[in-house]
Design a protein around this ligand. Structure first.
Ligand code: UDP
Length: 405
């Protein structure tokens, strides 16, 4: 699809002034070379965003490419440890993990150096590729560290280690103010976003939603709560099962826990085993392990839900929250991180801290369908105003224009 046609399609959703503004910024930046680097092509929120963001930047005339780190098992074990530690886990980073982390970055820098050193802008997503900058001594462009995770209360030792790698960047971007750590460069706050035109979020017919539920053994005529997440402890899938069970004592209900693996997440299989064990013997709990490209299936599951759940105990942003809200669903979300930006208590869902709290709110929504419907309308509106990709793109382009000047 030509850039023109792609942008026209967004115009139909967000209106002409928004697209006009994007085009103006694009004209200013046209021809610049931009590289995004992260550590997985699929699975997780960063891949989800880049998949949609990169074509849009290209449509605006900016020469944008997306590169993915290749790494060993030891590297991904190290980066998962870093990720967990930045979100508060006390487990530190052993010396051999640091070595694997640095060696993989050095090897990737060998492969990517010409591209990275020549680029006008390099966006490095999350901690995994952070050391690349140190291995590109002749860089000519601006480098931005884009942190998607909740580093509000990091394991101090691990943060000090990572800080060494990110301090030399020209700027950083955090999703919200609470996460921003003091760093000696420009700092920007830009929350992530969802794409209303992606397979994950586009409108679906009622028939497709019903058919998808039935195909997975779910009864479309009965109440359903859905959580879509990687199998990760911070997403608290066991807490979701507990909330479902508490609610189920009073109320007919089905539960879907849908997730897949991210290639940079080595812990997923263990957590999935725990979830399957906790769900065993209950035919109304559907643990769905989906392929990476199951976007339409996830879309239909979210649309078929009576309420969407995202009971994380730590969450950088939680794209799945905006995905649920966009589909007119009240969302019951953990009272943490980026979920606080998206879920306004009693306006478009509820923020909860415990399985008991989640069960209480869920039961309330199931028993008050009119209120749930009103919240669902607020939910859609809140995302339209704040969390669509066009808004994120505008912020990133404005940042580039400012840094370039
Ligand atoms: N997702 C997916 N398949 C899965 C699990 C998640 O496509 O099996 C998507 C989900 O719809 C969302 C993203 O991956 O778009 C997860 O982003 P989020 O910010 O919620 O969490 P993260 O995984 O980045 O911690």
């Amino acid at each position: 699809m030509s850039g023109q046609t792609l942008l026209d399609r967004y115009e139909a959703v967000v209106g002409p002034p928004v697209i006009r503004h994007l085009r103006q910024l694009g004209d200013h930046l046209a021809g610049l070379r931009v590289v995004h680097v992260n550590s997985t092509r699929s699975g997780g929120g960063v891949a989800e965003i880049l998949n949609r963001f990169v074509p849009l930047m290209r449509a605006l005339g900016i020469d944008t490419v997306w590169e993915v780190l290749t790494g060993t098992e030891a590297f991904f074990d190290a980066t998962k440890t870093i990720h967990n530690a930045l979100q508060g886990s006390s487990k530190g980073l052993a010396t051999e993990m640091m070595r694997a982390f640095e060696a993989t970055n050095e090897a990737n820098a060998e492969r990517l150096r010409p591209l990275l050193e020549e680029a006008d802008f390099v966006f490095i997503h999350d901690p995994q590729p952070a050391p690349l900058l140190a291995f590109c001594p002749n860089r000519r462009g601006k480098w931005i560290w884009r942190c998607h995770i909740d580093v509000s209360r990091p394991n101090r030792k691990v943060w000090r280690y990572l800080r060494r790698w990110v301090a030399p960047y020209d700027a950083d971007i955090f999703s919200l103010a609470d996460f921003a750590q003091p760093l000696p460069h420009l700092q920007y706050l830009i929350p992530p976003s969802i794409d209303p035109l992606s397979e994950k979020n586009t409108d679906l017919s009622d028939d497709e939603v019903r058919w998808t539920l039935e195909r997975h053994g779910i009864d479309p005529s009965r109440p359903l709560v859905v959580q879509v997440s990687r199998f990760d402890r911070f997403k608290d899938p066991l807490g979701v099962i507990e909330a479902y069970r508490l609610c189920r004592r009073h109320q007919d209900l089905q539960l879907v826990l849908a997730g897949g693996g991210a290639s940079d997440d080595p812990e997923g299989a263990v957590v999935l085993e725990e979830v399957l064990a906790a769900a065993a013997g209950d035919a109304d709990i559907h643990v769905l392990v989906l392929p990476d490209d199951a976007h339409r299936t996830i879309n239909a599951l979210q649309r078929g839900a009576t309420a969407v759940m995202q009971k994380s105990t730590k969450e950088g942003f939680g794209l799945t929250v905006s995905e649920g809200l966009w589909k007119h669903k009240p969302v019951i979300g953990g009272d943490t991180g980026g979920i606080r930006l998206q879920v306004m208590d009693r306006f478009n869902g509820y923020r909860v801290r415990t399985p008991q709290g989640a069960a209480l709110r869920l039961r309330h929504l199931l028993q008050h369908p009119n209120q749930a419907r009103r919240m669902g309308e607020n939910a859609h509106h809140h995302v339209r105003e704040n969390f669509l990709i066009t808004r994120q793109l505008r912020s990133v382009l404005a940042l580039m224009a400012a840094l370039r000047a």
